[in-house]
Write a protein that binds this ligand. Structure first.
Ligand code: ASP
Length: 322
């Protein structure tokens, strides 16, 4: 028997509509019933971890979920499925992937339409995620986001549509599995980190994301540090450029011990130290770090994890990003 543990955290997949809007209230066992018969030879243990909407999740929730995934694997499960809100699923997937070095699949899924919708997408997504988690072809892929018939790698996955069923993409990377009617076909081999697993017991220091726009100055960077941020991610223009006033401030922040990680607000492609005039070349001279093609949201967790493990963040990030 292939044993899968289903960890339910809430989200639209578990939501019903009410006068105050949608709220997540459907328990794991009921979600499981909604998928119909399980594939032959598969058993599923349904566990309620939380009933939250993912835009309300915080770092301790991630840590608690990381511990639950580790416990499921320690208990001998062959795979884990996590139901989760779509809004921040890419952050949770990335964090769980940092904590996961096992061959066994960990698959996140959710829905764009609620449980009580006349045509919900949750049951099909959950059925596909269970098939993927039980499939030998999904082993060694790390943490995946399974949605609308495909599974995306944790690193690089992004919510790319607010409401459509095909909610996710991984720009520049593409899907890893095709999942349809119980068949799971491997499309690509995702890169797996060589670095050791992150311990979910480690508290994640506050790291804030500051987004650039025409005329942006350094006020929000300083405000973030004043609010307790131990590191900053800048969602910069284009391939990693900031207005000169921001670049000037970055030098001072780095000198005072606050690491600044540059990503792009574009949504696809890597950042590079190319331009003067406040651009990437000067950000690098100012001591900023560069986040490759990570989204600012996943980079925030990477920098926070680097600060959590201690040591020079530049060295940790260099190791983790290559
Ligand atoms: N729209 C969200 C969802 O799809 C709400 C959330 O992220 O919890 O689940």
């Amino acid at each position: 028997m292939t044993r899968i543990r289903l960890l339910a955290t809430g989200g639209t997949i578990a939501s019903r509509s009410g006068s105050d809007g949608r709220t997540a209230s459907v328990p794991a066992a009921e979600l499981l019933v909604s998928v119909g018969p399980l594939p032959p030879g598969v058993s599923v243990e349904a566990v309620d971890v939380a009933s939250t909407l993912s835009f309300a999740m915080r770092s301790p929730d991630l840590q608690a979920l990381g511990a639950q995934v580790a416990a499921a694997l320690d208990d001998g499960c062959d795979g884990v499925v996590v139901t989760h809100g779509t809004d921040s699923m890419e952050e949770t997937a990335f964090y769980l992937d940092r904590c996961h070095r096992d061959e066994r699949p960990v698959v996140l899924t959710g829905a764009q339409r609620p449980y009580d919708d006349p045509a919900p997408d949750g049951p099909l997504n959950l059925a596909a995620a269970l098939s993927a988690a039980a499939a030998p072809t999904a082993r060694g892929c790390g943490v995946l986001v399974c949605f609308d018939g495909v599974a995306w790698p944790a690193r690089g996955v992004q919510k790319v549509d607010t409401l459509a069923s095909a909610a996710f993409g991984a720009p520049g990377r593409g899907p890893v599995l095709h999942v349809s009617g119980g068949s799971v076909r491997r499309l690509a081999v995702p890169e797996r980190p060589a670095s050791p697993a992150l311990d979910p017991g480690l508290p994640l220091p506050r790291v804030d994301v500051v987004v650039m726009y025409q005329g942006a100055d350094a006020a929000l960077l300083h405000a973030a540090v004043a609010a307790g941020a131990a590191g900053l991610v800048v969602a910069a223009f284009g391939a990693g450029n900031c207005p000169p006033a921001v670049t000037d401030a970055v030098g001072g922040l780095v000198a005072s011990g606050v690491p600044v990680l540059i990503c792009s607000r574009v949504g696809s492609g890597p950042v590079e130290a190319l331009y003067g005039g406040g651009g990437g070349a000067q950000l690098r001279q100012a001591g900023a770090l560069f986040g490759g093609d990570l989204s600012p949201w996943q980079a925030r967790l990477l920098l926070s994890a680097a600060l959590a493990v201690g040591g020079p963040p530049a060295e940790t990030l260099h190791e983790w990003l290559t």
